[in-house]
Design a protein around this ligand. Structure first.
Ligand SMILES: Nc1ncnc2c1ncn2[C@@H]1O[C@H](COP(=O)(O)OP(=O)(O)OP(=O)(O)O)[C@@H](O)[C@H]1O
Ligand SMILES: [Mg+2]
Length: 227
């Protein structure tokens, strides 16, 4: 089912940081939300999550850093159970094993606390947790910026392999066109609280229409990046 939202907006401290925005997201869509820092990407991501959840859709969120999702004082097993409980699901060892295999974290010791796992494994664990409820949409906000480029690329490949057979749509929020370019088919460019371009990735990269999109395309050699 296509996910549809309209009139998303946000005002903070009397300032409009997200102007009324509508979006349609097809099942299995791969969408990149790019733009300069402060353009409103995370604000739109949160508004999208809140609104779709209020409509009854299962939407999962992967934050920028595993630190935002994992309590350093709690064991990994606790986090997993909490995520299941929050979704109203009983513990399911088979589901857990399947997700751990998909994200290649089977060797992780669930009795350890987050700092007993590498950051790359922590972030894969957070992504696996986000998939517990078989969401309609996964919103990832700078999901690999805390990882080195090789680990980041491997993590995205594992996730893409897992999602390939499913209808889960993906919104990848990033200011890094290098990360988005090879993995999304549609790019939304934000500037000052508005989507200023919404086009197929290849078209936008070949001929950006706005100066903001042109500067994102030009600011680095994104084709040469590993992720
Ligand atoms: N709670 C808040 N109160 C006041 N202003 C806010 C608040 N949250 C965000 N803003 C402002 O809204 C604008 C958009 O912020 P947002 O975090 O959505 O940008 P972003 O595109 O995700 O940036 P980044 O790439 O740095 O993560 C920024 O100017 C930010 O300072
Ligand atoms: Mg942000």
């Amino acid at each position: 089912m296509t996910l549809s939202v309209s009139g998303l907006s946000a005002v903070r401290s009397g300032r409009t940081i997200l102007f009324p925005t509508s979006l349609e997201i097809e099942p299995g869509a791969r969408i990149g939300l790019v733009g300069a820092s402060g353009s409103g990407k995370s604000t739109l991501g949160h508004a999208l999550i809140d609104t779709l959840r209020a409509q009854g859709s299962c939407v999962a969120h992967v934050p920028q850093s595993p630190d935002e999702a994992l309590d350093p004082l709690r064991r990994m097993a606790f986090h997993w159970r909490e995520a299941e409980t929050a979704l109203g699901l009983p513990h399911d060892a088979d589901r857990q094993q399947a997700l751990f295999r998909a994200l290649k974290i089977e060797t992780g010791d669930l009795r350890k606390r987050p700092w007993g796992w590498s950051r790359g494994m922590q972030q894969r664990f957070v992504i696996a947790m986000a998939l517990i409820g078989a969401p309609n949409l996964l919103v990832m906000d700078e999901p690999t910026s805390a990882l080195d480029p090789i680990v980041a690329a491997r993590t995205m490949v594992l996730l893409e392999d897992y999602l390939a057979a499913r209808d889960t749509a993906l919104v990848l929020i990033t200011h890094d066109l290098g990360l988005a370019a090879g993995r999304v088919t549609r790019l939304l460019v934000m500037n000052a609280g508005r989507i200023i371009e919404d086009r197929p990735t290849s078209e936008l990269l070949a001929a950006p229409r706005t100066t903001q999109a042109a500067s994102l395309c030009a600011h680095r050699n994104w084709l040469a990046l590993p992720c």
